[in-house]
Every structure is written in C-alpha cells, then in structure tokens.
Design a protein around this ligand. Structure first.
Ligand code: MG
Length: 275
C-alpha cells in the first residue's frame, strides 16, 4: 500500500515535470523542485511515525540572542538610521549630497519642501523596518497633497504616508497603501499631528540570471500595532502612472519621499534589522 502511494505520487509528479520541460529554464527549475519534492515525500512515507517526544525536538542551531535597549527599545542587532542627532546614514537622492531636511530640537526631522527625496547610503535586501512619522497640522490641503510622503523599499516599492483624517483619496493611495497596488486592511492612523509607528517586514523579490522575476517581493505592515498589509505579494514597482514594473535589481536604498507640496511630514526613531 505504502509502495503504491509512492509510485502513484512519483508518476503524477513525473508527468507534471515532463509537461513543463518544454518551457526551457522555467521547466528545469520546476523539474528540480518537483524531483526534490518526490524525494522528500518518499522519505516521509518510509520513515516510521515518531513515538518518543525527543524524536521531534530540535536543539541546534541556537537562534542568536537579541536584547532590547531598555530606554530606546531598539534591538541590539538593529542598524540605527536616524536617532535625532544627524543625517549621517542618508544622502540626497537628487545630488548625493547631505540632505537638506530639517533636524528639530525634539529629536525628529522634517521634510524640507522641494529639496528632494532622501535615501540611505547603504543598500538593503530583506529587512524589518521601524519608523515613526507625523503629519503636519498646518497642512490643510486635500486629497494627495495633505502631508504626503512615503517610504520606499529598495527604492522601488512605496508604503504610503498621507494624512487621511477627514481627507478622502483613492484607497490604493491612502495611508498604509502599497501605492496603487493594495489598499490597507484598516485605516489605523493617529489624529493629525500625533506620532504614528510603522513596523514593516519587507522580503525582496528574486530574479534569475536571465532577469526574470522568480519570486515576488512581499510586504507586511503594522501601523500603530494594527496589521494593515498581510504578506502582500508585490506585483512590481509602485508606479505613479502605468503598470508595476519588474526589471531585475539587487539590493537598494530605503527612500523617504519629498512629495513637493509643503507636506510638513516629520520623522523620528528609524532603525532596521537585516533579515
Ligand atoms: Mg507618497
């Protein structure tokens, strides 16, 4: 009976793999994955069911120890990108110079209008990002012009920052949206002028040697502890006009947006952990 199960499974997967071999590289990848899957299933079927609790215990490798700073709450393995004192981790996207954004006495920084986006000097792959932001109570513009900024992963994938308190806009461009791809699961922003917290997990997309995307990037976003994007598979870059693009790329910078309309958005306490 067990032997029959293995044979049937192997036959089905072999037929599937034959069907895909005509698709050149893609087929080769699928066949390899399917062969591995068959081998794994064979092993599972041949193994007797464990009867001792110890049989299913894993003791190594031990996960690295990460401690939390008791004052700042920053994990010990985090890279601090902004702690209120300087913009050393950043450069201007326009000219590569020191950003002209304003550092405030309260440990925050403010977008300086029309001086351009700022980007990290370091490039990142998959990361966990913590970032705090606030909208400007003096900005009473409407739609996309009320405290519009945003954080871009690998310079291409924007999680929107916008003041949507009593301010309507298209939902796939509102606060917490993955710009023009996915509206947020909830509107969880604080009242205008209060500090908001983004905790975001970004997994970078993968591309093969021919430049074809083999794995979509993903974004999971918490806004003020509320899950607003749940492992969303990116369709490609977040474009203002047109469809998402999937040009092959490697690691890239984190970018903070100067939307160019006196947004007045403030930022503070930005750190990242590499995944
Ligand atoms: Mg934006």
């Amino acid at each position: 009976m067990k032997l029959l199960s293995i044979t049937s499974l192997a036959t089905i997967l072999f037929i599937l793999s034959c069907d895909t071999t005509s698709k050149k590289d893609e087929g080769k990848i699928s066949k390899t994955a399917q062969t591995q899957e068959v081998e794994k299933k064979k092993e599972e079927l041949q193994k007797p069911e464990p009867t001792d609790p110890k049989d299913t215990e894993v003791w190594s490798p031990k996960p690295p120890v990460v401690s939390i700073n008791p004052i700042t709450a920053i994990p010990s393995d985090a890279i601090v990108l902004f702690d209120g004192t300087n913009l050393d981790a950043w450069k201007s996207k326009n000219d590569g110079d020191t950003p002209k954004w304003t550092i405030n006495p309260n440990g925050s920084m403010t977008v300086k209008d029309k001086t351009g986006d700022i980007m990290t000097k370091e490039n990142f792959g998959s990361i966990q990002l913590h970032l705090e932001w606030r909208s400007d109570p003096n900005n009473t513009q409407t739609n996309q012009n009320r405290s519009n900024s945003g954080v871009f992963f690998q310079g291409l994938y924007e999680v929107q920052i916008l003041n949507n308190n009593d301010n309507d806009t298209y939902v796939n461009g509102m606060v917490g949206a993955i710009y023009k791809q996915k509206s947020p699961l909830a509107m969880a922003a604080k009242p205008t002028g209060e500090w908001n917290v983004y905790d975001i997990v970004f997994h970078a997309p993968e591309f093969n040697e021919t430049g074809k995307r083999t794995k979509a990037g993903t974004l999971t976003v918490f806004l003020n502890n509320v899950l607003i994007q749940d492992h969303f598979e990116l369709e490609g870059s977040t474009e203002y006009i047109g469809f998402p693009k999937n040009n092959a790329h490697g690691d890239g910078p984190i970018i903070l947006q100067d939307h160019g309309d006196m947004s007045g958005v403030g930022y503070r306490n930005i750190w990242v952990r590499k995944l």
